[in-house]
Design a protein around this ligand. Structure first.
Ligand code: F6P
Length: 481
């Protein structure tokens, strides 16, 4: 089997450089070991990009990384436009933030079609394709149009919301129909999978039987594959990182004070404003905690060209200044706010140095920071994870202190509970979480998806039997080429 993994963002194997996004960081170790070819955006664009426009193909572990320059004319409409100003807000149940044009949708479809053509370079009888995430909902359909019969799987790293919510995306119907070109569609949680199945049943009038749906395009299987991390690898990295200069500097700066840590891209789904408000409330409710604990919030700027993101960055800077101004003292700040990224190694060391991990998204597919925080802890003296019940990770990490991120007072009280939790209870909760993490590592996730994709095609036959092949555009979607 020759596996081709496709995602918009890819990662390079440089342990000392910051990495953006859970997907890239999570896939790196498994892709390296699997011998797969990982295809993604080079981060550059090119005019008149053609199918030969792979900027670089380089070795990645036992496999390779193939970087593609995307078409300049369509990149903005695809990435900042349709993917991140229509799909991302809807997938995170923020339809109020949808802001797209018809041109954005055309660009999204163009980039999906462009990627499909580029992937033909890796087409051979033994190839299996695994497409990642919401950037490429229509890629499988474009590949089928080009005659690809090989197995094609898809995994969604974000949540899939209720049918009414996804219906807020222009062209939602065409996109979901296009997704049925995939043999296997994987979700983070059962709720996501059920939301998708309900859309198929109620909006597309399709039968979904034991997770198998037959459409006029063929047969697809829906299944849940909660993504994990390399637990023991990350734990070892955290232990080693103790001697890293940045980690030593952090520890020295604490002078016995305790540390809570949050690590997020600046994104409205992450609940950062509510989190800072909870710390504000904590110091109002329990002024005696001042100088005994502070929050280190690493807030990596993200998608700054989109107004919802740039205004959030501004709002957060103001809020942190206000909270620090009111509660801070000449030699103490309640919130240490850093707008930059750190390498996985340094983050692992920071997590281990923090007594509380605060992961409080309003809505999140999985959230691997929650899992990494747990894996990084010292087994003798582990910290406490305060986790939003709206993160996919809460399904497994149910012995974390689960919070409702909309309940600011409740979060403040829970952070106080975390700070006073006795070691025996901390160890008990942590051991239960580690057992769950070990039962579902990133290696298990990868292997189980691939095994399911192999058996799906073997069991129910290739998607799109040739007699049924009908270009999706023939069913009413606009023609853009
Ligand atoms: O689905 C989630 C995800 O792919 C994350 O892995 C990552 O945090 C983000 O979306 C991608 O962000 P970016 O737009 O920076 O590539």
């Amino acid at each position: 089997m020759d596996l081709v993994v496709v995602s918009n963002r890819v990662a390079r194997a440089k342990a000392n450089e910051p990495m953006t996004g859970g997907l890239a960081a999570a896939l790196l170790p498994v892709v390296e070991k699997s011998g797969a070819i990982w295809v993604g955006s080079s981060g550059r664009v090119r005019d008149n990009a053609t199918k030969d426009s792979f900027a670089e193909i380089e070795t990645l572990g036992t496999g390779a990384l193939a970087l593609l320059d995307l078409p300049a004319a369509h990149y903005g409409g695809y990435y900042e436009g349709f993917a991140n100003s229509a799909l991302w807000p809807a997938l995170h149940s923020r339809t109020d933030l949808i802001k797209v044009s018809q041109d954005d949708y055309q660009s999204y479809r163009e980039v999906n079609a462009f990627m499909a053509r580029a992937l033909m370079r890796f087409r051979k009888p033994s190839a299996m394709f695994w497409i990642q995430d919401y950037h490429f909902l229509a890629l499988g359909a474009e590949m089928r149009d080009l005659g690809v019969r090989n197995p094609i799987g898809f995994f969604l790293h974000t949540p899939w919301p209720a049918r009414r919510v996804i219906s807020g995306v222009p062209h939602h119907r065409e996109l979901v129909e296009a997704m049925l070109a995939y043999d296997l569609i994987g979700f983070q949680t059962d709720d996501d999978r059920e939301n998708f199945a309900n859309y198929l049943r109620l909006d597309l009038n399709l039968d979904v039987d034991h997770g198998v749906v037959t459409s006029r395009f063929g047969t697809s299987r829906l299944a849940t594959f909660p993504i994990g991390i390399d637990v023991d690898g990350f734990a070892a990295q955290a232990q080693r990182a103790a001697s890293h200069p940045d980690v030593s500097r952090l520890r020295k700066s604490l002078h016995g004070e305790r540390l809570a840590i949050g690590v997020d891209r600046v994104d409205y789904s992450k609940g950062l404003v509510n989190r800072i408000s909870a710390f504000d409330r904590l110091f109002e409710m329990q002024p005696s905690l001042k100088r005994t604990v502070s929050l280190l919030q690493i807030a990596t700027p993200s998608r700054g060209g989109i107004e919802a993101y740039s205004s959030l960055q501004d709002a957060l800077s103001k809020q942190v200044t206000d909270v620090n101004g009111r509660h801070g003292e000449v030699d103490w700040a309640p919130i240490r706010y850093l707008s930059k990224g750190f390498s996985q190694t340094v983050l692992a060391g920071f997590y281990r140095a923090a007594q509380v991990g605060v992961v409080t998204p309003l809505h999140d597919g999985m959230n691997l920071v929650a899992k990494e925080y747990v894996a990084a802890q010292n087994p003798i003296d582990p910290g406490v994870l305060v986790l939003s019940k709206f993160a996919g990770a809460a399904n497994e990490l149910d012995t974390a202190l689960l919070v409702n991120p909309h309940d600011i007072d409740g979060m403040a009280r829970t952070i106080a509970t975390a700070l006073s939790m006795p070691a025996t209870e901390r160890r008990m909760r942590w051991e239960a979480m580690m057992a769950k993490l070990r039962a579902g590592t990133i290696h298990d996730w990868f292997a189980s998806f691939i095994a399911a994709l192999e058996t799906t095609q073997a069991r129910i036959g290739p998607n799109l039997p040739s007699a049924m092949v009908r270009p999706l555009r023939a069913v009413g979607a606009p023609v853009f080429h």
